[in-house]
Design a protein. Sequence first.
Length: 237
Amino acid sequence: MVDMSKVSWLTKVQISQETDRLLNQWAIFTGQEVKPPIPVEAITEKYLEFTLEYDNLEEILGIPDVLGATWAEEKRMVINNSLLDGVEGRITFTCGHEIGHWILHRKYLENDQPTVVCRLSTSKLRGEWQADYFSSCLLLPQEEVENAHRRAFGTPPIFIYNEKSCFGRNNPVVIDPALDTAKEIAQKVISEGNFTNVSKEAMCYRLNELGLLINLAGKSLVEQFKAIKPSINQNKI
């Protein structure tokens, strides 16, 4: 099994360039412009030519908290069937994460034992972070997110100063930027950009990472999503 703490350092720019390259290759392959929702499962099976399966990985591998695994020599990706529970974005993000391992870490998979196993408990290792960021960039391409944000809220970034909205959540007239309305902000961008296969959590972090949602409230965005956290440490998607 590849030690994801020992893979080479990659910058965010380098990882983003790899996702752009993959999306460009997919556009050439299909002969169509790529627009959200990004079809990661189709990319996996039709372009990368992997067999994509859903199974009980904890039972197969005999270890807990497994989300996905890739067998490089067999060109087989398996997503834990526990993710087939309808929680938004978990399947597609995990699939994008496994694609990230193949694109970014293929030389390790080919030169080492061919299996990479992704677990919640190892999500902060360097290679796991890289695969997370890859998935985020793949499912939420920067230009598409920026365009959707502009249509939803205009050009300036949104600043969050307070933990709670002055008008309360789910206000039908206006969204008051606050930590407790971050999910509503994310949902509006999701709707404008047709990002139908990503979570509000993933969109929040992507907006924050791109400087479109600036949190000055003195409390992490992570706190807003702890109750729905069993997906990979989403940089996240």
